[in-house]
Design a protein around this ligand. Structure first.
Ligand SMILES: *Cc1c(COP(=O)(O)O)cnc(C)c1O
Length: 225
């Protein structure tokens, strides 16, 4: 546990240093602590240290852990992000537990989200990022770069979804810089605010290129088993 707290403080420091180094506004690159596979006890340690924004990649696992965790910490403004794929049969469950969904990438899912709020007649207070297949890889999820503009505009104008930005998982190459630049430009071109990119190994470069959400798991919690 002490190790995790030390890791956490170190990451916070690194983010701050890199924001200064690359002339970014301090605090503009928000840390998402990616707690997938780690237990509620471990997560609670980080909440006690002051972390409020977390990421999970599986709907079922998140539901199991975070229903209690959110309840237990309901006076704190915990924010939970879905950073893994969303299947259409999990949309309702996902909307119940997550505050932000970063992996919107299909019309079918977007329509299901719209239906969820219409049927329940509740206010749509969720925020969404559209996932972009920035490396144009065959097997990877995310929208094609060329379709992103139309999709984002359709989600905003026709479905009334609160699209706040774009997210990517770049190809596994040594240097992600090219893809980070590309995603930030695409975000700016669409007049969106947020760019979610950068993980444990490349978050400094993501900060350099304008990330507003960086997603760090291993760098805080250690290896996943
Ligand atoms: C697991 C995961 C991360 C965190 O990766 P680390 O290398 O452990 O920091 C970030 N983004 C997504 C989409 C993930 O699935």
């Amino acid at each position: 546990m002490n190790k995790i707290v030390a890791n956490y403080k170190n990451i916070i420091r690194q983010i701050d240093l890199n924001e200064k180094k690359f002339n970014r506004k301090i605090g503009e690159s928000k840390l998402i602590a990616v707690s997938k596979t780690f237990s509620s006890d471990v997560i609670q340690v980080l909440i006690d240290e002051g972390q409020r924004v977390f990421g999970e990649n599986k709907v079922q696992e998140a539901d199991k852990k975070w229903s209690d965790l959110k309840d237990k910490n309901k006076n704190l403004k915990i924010e939970l992000h879905l950073i893994g794929p969303l299947q259409s049969n999990k949309v309702n469950q996902a909307l119940n537990i997550f505050d932000v969904i970063q992996t919107l990438d299909r019309e079918k899912i977007a329509l299901k989200i719209k239906d969820f709020f219409e049927e329940k007649q509740i206010e749509n207070n969720k925020r969404f990022l559209v996932q972009v297949n920035i490396g144009e890889e065959k097997q990877k999820s995310g929208l094609e770069i060329n379709s992103t503009k139309n999709f984002v505009e359709w989600c905003i104008n026709d479905l009334n979804l609160n699209i706040i930005g774009l997210m990517c998982i770049p190809p596994l190459v040594e240097n992600s810089e090219f893809f980070f630049k590309k995603l930030r430009k695409l975000t700016d071109d669409l007049n969106l605010k947020h760019t979610s990119m950068g993980m444990t190994n490349d978050f400094a470069s993501a900060i350099k290129h304008g990330a507003t959400f960086i997603r760090i798991g291993t760098g805080i919690f250690g290896d996943r088993f």
